[in-house]
Design a protein around this ligand. Structure first.
Ligand code: HEC
Length: 153
């Protein structure tokens, strides 16, 4: 067997460590098992896609009074394709989160995670993609549907 050059090995280890860190970050967001007991605040329909959005009443109250969404807020979106549950996407905000990201990536104190229909983390999803898109809503706490929270009960 040919010896593996030390440099290659070191690179592989470094990449491995980087991947582990990326996973650990994503794994800050656990599947919110009780999300449906929160407030359903919006439905978004587009073609054969239907999305059902849930968060806590505390978050809704904050949005309605123009306050930032509180630490501990979890927003869960059920994503249906052709009437069938396809996946969940979740964002969660906690004091002190997000410091590991460079400013151009960071979404305040939010972390993102995608889950398959079986509620397991989708390891193929790159959460920096979520962050890149939600970054455009920086002026409304990185939440696209903040206005929908304001008008819900
Ligand atoms: C290309 C842009 C884009 C990407 C990428 C994206 N989102 Fe979103 N997200 C949206 C839009 C737009 C909405 C509002 C609902 C709608 O119109 O479908 C939304 C809504 C949400 C919501 C409900 C709260 C809100 O902001 O309205 C959550 C939670 C969410 N996305 C999580 C994620 C996660 C997790 C990922 C990555 C796996 C992700 N998103 C990737 C555009 C994006």
């Amino acid at each position: 067997m040919k010896a593996i050059p030390i440099r290659t090995l070191a690179t592989a280890l470094t990449l491995g460590a980087a991947a582990a860190v990326a996973w650990a970050d994503g794994d800050l967001v656990r599947f919110p098992e009780n999300y449906a007991e929160g407030t359903h605040y919006a439905t978004v329909e587009r073609g054969n896609i239907r999305e059902e959005l849930f968060t806590s009443q505390k978050a809704i109250d904050a949005a309605r009074s123009g306050q930032p969404l509180p630490s501990g807020t979890v927003i869960t979106m059920e994503d249906y394709r052709g009437g069938k549950l396809f996946r969940y996407v979740v964002m969660e905000k906690r004091v002190g989160w997000g410091t590991q990201y460079p400013p151009e990536v960071r979404n305040g104190e939010w972390e993102f995670q995608a889950f398959n229909a079986d509620r397991m983390v989708n390891r193929n999803e790159n959460v920096t993609r979520c962050m890149a898109c939600h970054k455009s809503r920086e002026g409304q706490d990185f939440v696209f549907t903040l206005d929908r929270m304001k008008v819900s009960n």
